[in-house]
Design a protein around this ligand. Structure first.
Ligand SMILES: NC(=O)C1=CN([C@@H]2O[C@H](COP(=O)(O)OP(=O)(O)OC[C@H]3O[C@@H](n4cnc5c(N)ncnc54)[C@H](OP(=O)(O)O)[C@@H]3O)[C@@H](O)[C@H]2O)C=CC1
Ligand SMILES: CCCCCCCCCCCCCCCC(=O)[C@@H](N)CO
Length: 307
């Protein structure tokens, strides 16, 4: 039942940086053939070199493809075809290309909502749409979506980002129900803040409130997140989370998500009430952070005026 990675073809979008690159390395270490998909060719080549250092046999290949996953479906379909011609049918697709922009609702450009929805959501639909038919025909496959803890709860500053990550969950649940009889398994990962180039970029414009609330959960290493995601994908687990807060959040927000084992279902049933109780305290503390920041700003405005 677990997917055998040795000799498998794994496609990683966003594979040239951060979590995606670490997922590619993790799969390569286990004997997979890799296709990296991202836009910037220099970063792709750099990542390819880094991944190739971890080879376990001399047949392994890392293929690089430069394409924007969010723009044009036929373009994405074409590059996936090219990759399949070179490395065989895709056994596992990891949709990791994505980006984050934060700010108060009224401060975010309308175009930011469009951009995040097209990169984070449509950028996961297109590659998945391009591989699913072959996976169903072969009765083999794994599709991984990288959402976020911010795809499990909405928080200050993430009106555009959270919604694009929530959308992925709906897509994944519906798709899993369709493809399960064909032995194709869908995994949704909900990483916490993770130390990547993308995270550093995001922090340049993050509102104070968002930062303070996010600091409830500590920052993870991308290698650790990648290890967990690959493990869950191989197993065919629908849910992939990290740490005790990740565990609590996933249990609490399980909703109508499919279960992978009886144990998982039982744990959700038993822990739900307790985790909701804990969550209420978190929500209270988030609201007080937001209120404190508002009062602080009002105070410094008055100070500015009198000065
Ligand atoms: N880091 C974090 O704190 C967390 C991240 N996540 C999610 O994990 C994923 C990876 O994040 P992270 O590793 O931090 O990101 P990075 O910014 O470090 O890497 C993003 C990768 O995606 C590629 N990419 C971005 N846009 C596109 C596009 N339109 N078409 C093709 N490729 C694209 C980038 O390459 P290029 O720019 O060359 O195209 C790069 O390879 C994202 O979906 C993010 O939302 C979730 C939770 C926490
Ligand atoms: C029982 C209840 C437990 C509650 C725990 C609550 C924790 C809330 C913290 C949310 C942090 C959001 C991280 C977003 C990361 C991300 O996607 C960006 N870094 C993207 O780059």
């Amino acid at each position: 039942k677990p997917l055998a990675l040795p000799g498998a073809h794994v496609v990683v979008t966003g594979g040239s940086s951060g979590i995606g690159k670490c997922i590619a390395i993790e799969c390569y270490k286990q004997g997979a053939f890799i296709t990296l998909v991202a836009r910037n060719e220099d970063k792709l080549l750099q990542a390819k070199k880094e991944i190739e250092k971890h080879s376990i046999n001399d047949k392994q290949v890392v293929l690089c493809i430069s394409v924007d996953v969010s723009q044009d479906y036929s373009q994405v379909e074409n590059v996936i075809k090219q990759a399949q011609e070179k490395l065989g049918p895709v056994d596992m697709l990891v949709n990791c290309a994505g980006m984050s922009l934060s700010g108060k609702f009224e401060d975010l450009e309308v175009s930011t909502f469009e951009r995040l929805m097209s990169v984070n959501y449509l950028g996961s639909v297109y590659p998945s749409r391009a591989v699913i038919t072959t996976m169903k025909e072969r009765r083999v496959g794994r599709i991984v979506f990288v959402s976020s803890q911010a795809g499990q709860l909405g928080l200050f500053g993430f009106t555009a980002y959270s919604s694009s990550k929530f959308a992925i969950r709906g897509l994944a649940e519906a798709l899993q129900m369709e493809v399960k009889p064909y032995n194709v398994y869908v995994t949704v990962a909900y990483p916490p803040d993770t130390d990547t180039p993308g995270f550093a970029e995001e922090n340049k414009t993050k509102p104070l409130e968002t930062r303070l609330i996010s600091e409830t959960v500590s920052v993870c290493k991308p290698e650790q997140v990648a290890k967990q995601i690959v493990k869950d994908a191989i197993q065919g687990n629908f849910n992939s989370s990290i740490g005790s807060d990740g565990y609590m959040l996933s249990s609490l927000t399980c909703g109508m998500a499919p279960v992978t084992s009886i144990t998982e279902g039982l744990q959700q049933v038993v822990t739900m009430g307790l985790f909701r109780t804990i969550a209420l305290f978190y929500l209270g503390s988030f609201d007080s952070i937001v209120r404190r920041c508002m009062m602080q700003r009002a105070k410094s405005e008055i100070a500015d005026k009198t000065a």
